[in-house]
Design a protein around this ligand. Structure first.
Ligand code: ADP
Ligand code: MG
Length: 258
């Protein structure tokens, strides 16, 4: 559903990703692993369309466009006319990519003073779900995730703990029902109980056809999410792909011998 072809990315003249080609398939779960600084977050940013990163001319990011239940209703959806087709999204802005069903949960979610999670979701959904229904859904999901009611009324991520921020990211992902969900270190700064809650929540509520990519530098998360494929990055390159056995090998030996 998302094909990367010879993806090379640089920032301020410094090459960070080099010649990455990979085909993410619909409905599959992936773990993207690698030591700190290997380029995992950069890859996620490049897929989402972060404007700071320069993508080389030869690179292609091909998305097979299938509208989500949400995007189907959006007046400003860019998928119209492109449905069922493969589209090179390399030059699309992040908001357009989001409307095509790509979701990125940041490694460090930013604080939005003056904006509640509810207001943010209402905007993202272009008021296609009526406020009362949306409120009800947010509250029900928050309860499942054991998020305190009080947090829903506060500015997004303002004074939230690491675990609370990541729970809110999971909640947003589920409400937006993306086609491709990228979770950048959803496990970092999260205790075991919260990690279990988040993993179970995502597994239960993300649509079956959603492609999910969990980015992590630790094997801890793999106990809760069972990836069908594991990708290893090192120094900006995709160096290995494999199945569960590869994850086990990393658990035993670390990334050094990859
Ligand atoms: P990871 O997520 O695997 O830890 P990153 O994608 O964050 O790795 O970083 C990959 C490399 O790119 C690192 O060497 C990092 O220092 C560099 N890098 C990332 N973002 C920037 C930036 N905005 N400016 C300069 N260098 C950057
Ligand atoms: Mg990172």
């Amino acid at each position: 559903m998302l094909k990367l072809k010879n993806l090379s990315v640089s920032i301020e003249g410094k090459k960070i990703l080099e010649d990455i080609s990979f085909d993410f398939r619909a409905g599959k779960t992936y773990a993207l692993m690698g030591p700190n600084g290997s380029g995992k977050s950069t890859l996620a940013s490049a897929i989402m369309g972060h404007p700071h990163y320069k993508i080389s001319k030869a690179s292609k990011i091909i998305l097979r466009v299938t509208p989500t239940p949400q995007s189907r209703r959006l007046a400003s959806s860019p998928w119209k006319g492109a449905q069922g087709k493969n589209k090179n999204i390399k030059n699309l802005s992040p908001d357009k990519r989001a409307k095509l069903g790509i979701f990125l949960s940041f490694q460090t979610p930013i604080t939005l003073p003056g904006v509640t999670v509810f207001e943010l979701l209402q905007l993202a959904l272009e008021k296609q779900i009526d406020p009362v229904t949306l409120h009800g859904r947010v509250k029900a999901y928050a309860k499942e995730l054991r998020i305190k009611d009080e947090l829903l009324k506060r500015s997004l991520n303002d004074g939230f703990s690491g675990g609370e921020k990541k729970k809110l990211e999971a909640l947003q992902a589920v409400l937006l029902q993306p086609r491709l969900a990228l979770f950048d270190e959803i496990d970092t700064g999260v205790d075991v109980d919260a990690l279990k809650t988040i993993s179970q929540f995502l597994k239960k509520h993300l649509p079956k056809e959603t492609t999910t990519v969990f980015i992590t530098h630790s094997t801890r998360l793999l106990r809760y999410i069972k990836p069908e494929e594991v990708l290893i990055m090192k120094m900006g390159r995709l160096v290995k792909t494999g199945r569960e056995a590869l994850a086990k090998k990393i658990e035993r030996e670390g990334f050094d011998k990859m």
